[in-house]
Design a binder for this molecule. Sequence first.
Ligand code: MRU
Length: 360
Amino acid sequence: MALFIAPIKYENGRLYLLDQTLLPGQETYQEITTKEDLWDSIYKLKVRGAPAIGVAAAYGMAVCSRAIQANDLGEFAEKFYELKEHIASSRPTAVNLFWALNRMESRLLSLEAQIAGISSWKEQFAFIQLMLLDEAEQIRKEDEEACYAMGEHGLSLLKKGMGILTHCNAGTIATAKYGTCLAPLYLGQERNFDFRVFADETRPLLQGARLTAWELHKAGIDVTLICDNMASIVMKNGWVDAVVVGCDRMAANGDGANKIGTSGLAILAKEYGIPFYMFVPTSTIDLNTSTGKDIHIEERKGEEIYKMWYEKPMAPEGIKTYNPAFDVTDAKYITAVVTEKGVVYPPYDLNLPKLFSHSL
Ligand code: MRU
């Protein structure tokens, strides 16, 4: 199998994040030691992709909480909560951030009985640190396993020689390992599926060009980079047999928020009769959000559209901009939702909750 580059590394007690803003030119890791480092890395998309944000936040909470000054668990928990709220304010859409932060807090609160038998706060503090790291490690491991399983389930929907279109980056560097919608492409490569992949460049932050094209090309997978506005011609030419995308938050009715541009692709796919598969680990399903309308869509600075990647501004200074980072694909355009527990088909409002009660 391909060599997978890790977006998050925890080594010798230190946390390092791959700075994805420097890709594909530079593979550089930044050490995270403070809550400001962590917040900034998530906000600036140095670490990005819903599952990777969750894993980074979990390790980040373990590492940054070492600096908490407290005298007992109650005081520690209060300051941990403040830290959690601060990190939660970095990006609003991907639910994995909140999911991972809540898991870390629940683990902390579950320790009360266990630390009761430890005499000094100093030793209790050391034990808490170990348990927080253990929780972060579990979150990482579960995500890796979920991605592998999504790879298998996703591959069961695809056939040898297919043309596959993808948007943004839901690959190995957006997760603990393997990716969500790119996982079946890696498994397919091992099993000689000979996929032909089309990667949308994904304006304005170019995750498709800088990350997906880089990641797949490096792995030796046949990938062709296209501009976002070329998806329709590529479909019309008959070169696309399936569209695979990731997800940042799926509401209870199956509406799925993903990188801006995803919903347009889904509508095009329907027009051309091409199946549209959204890859959604259960950590990305938010049953507390009823429909896509209730999902908070992040808006980012307009400079990302006309300045960030250019030597000179590509629009007049002071131009009005609208820069939503995500859009919501209505459930009716999603052929199937691929999770680590299996493939879910409509009606999603009935079938998604089953994932959380018993197996499919
Ligand atoms: O703004 P980004 O780069 O964090 O957006 C990423 C996406 O939209 C991904 O498709 C999604 O998070 C799924 S990653 C497995």
